[in-house]
Write a protein that binds this ligand. Structure first.
Ligand code: CP
Length: 308
């Protein structure tokens, strides 16, 4: 069973293969209408369940479009409307869905839910985000970086802000794709040190620097994310804003990075909070390429999952 649960759980060769496949999949579309099928239909006669226990625009639409372009069919399920949200176990849900569908993508809160789904499903399971990681996003980000700047190996990536689930998948990717990573944020919002240590153990540099201007010096890529994630308590909003305001990515901060440094944000953004409009809409921003590349990267991930 080939589940795509996290970047650190997939081999380096397979990850590179998926990125190469994503580039080929994107090129093969060659500007054809979004509703037109791909030439090959690797998901022909396949049914895919897309489960969302949290809101989504990009993940929902890109998976749905991707499956259809690959010849499959989708059903989008809201966790709260399933028996899963009313006491049925994750294990039983996994066993039942496996009798109906060929692939499951789930966006959920606790990582334990994803792992239990994968343990009991007899079809591949894809992580569409948990409180802990967001691997599909970072596969799209690697694809985006490499389209613009070539191989990401050996480059310097700087994360400004909250040490959240998206940062965690960047740390996984640093170890697997071989780039250096700097986290610049307030100490109370540091990432789990396990992610940092794991990447360091693979031979890449992962630093923590509280000074954002110093952190972004020489950066090839500057990344940020919303200051209040979906799983954060709304009551923490003001405190988090006060803690994170010094780490806003603005034009002044970007002047410290390499002149051709890319800017990324997985979206949705709170404009002029974590990043200014000047940066988000500026010449170095590739935020909408990232969003588009969710589609191509996830098509490569699904193809990998379903290839024996
Ligand atoms: N970046 C991302 O996962 O977007 P959605 O929450 O809209 O799916």
């Amino acid at each position: 069973m080939k589940h795509f649960l996290d970047i650190d759980k997939t081999s380096v060769a397979e990850l590179h293969g998926m990125i190469a496949d994503a580039k080929a999949i994107k090129n093969a579309r060659n500007g054809r209408p979004r509703g037109a099928p791909d030439d090959d239909l690797p998901l022909k006669d396949n049914m895919v369940a897309l489960i969302f226990e949290k809101p989504s625009t990009r993940t929902r639409v890109s998976f749905d479009v991707g499956v259809r372009q690959m010849g499959g069919q989708t059903m989008v399920l809201s966790g709260s409307e399933m028996q899963l949200g009313h006491g049925e176990t994750v294990a039983d849900t996994a066993r039942v869905l496996s009798r109906y569908v060929d692939l499951i993508m789930i966006r959920t809160f606790e990582e334990a839910t994803l792992l239990e789904m994968a343990e009991h499903a007899t079809v591949p399971v894809i992580n569409g985000l948990t409180n802990r990681t967001h691997p599909c996003q970072i596969m799209a980000d690697i694809l985006t970086f490499e389209e613009h700047r070539g191989p990401i190996a050996g480059k310097k990536v700087v994360w400004c802000g909250d040490g959240n689930n998206v940062f965690a998948s960047f740390a996984h990717a640093a170890g697997q794709f071989g780039f250096d990573l700097v986290f610049s944020g307030p100490e109370p919002l540091d990432p789990e040190m396990g992610f940092v240590e794991q990447a360091r153990a693979k031979g890449v540099s992962v630093e923590i620097d509280r000074d954002p201007a110093r952190a972004v010096a020489g950066a090839d890529l500057v990344v940020t994310d919303t200051w209040v994630s979906m799983h954060d308590a709304p009551s923490a909003r003001e405190r988090r804003h006060n803690q994170l305001r010094p780490y806003q990515v603005n034009e002044e901060l970007m002047r410290h990075a390499n002149p051709d440094a890319l800017f990324m944000h997985c979206l949705p953004a709170h404009r002029n909070e974590e990043a200014t409009n000047g940066v988000m809409d500026g010449p170095n921003s590739v935020i909408f390429d990232e969003a588009e590349n969710r589609l191509h990267a996830q098509k490569a991930i699904m193809r990998w999952c379903l290839t024996p």
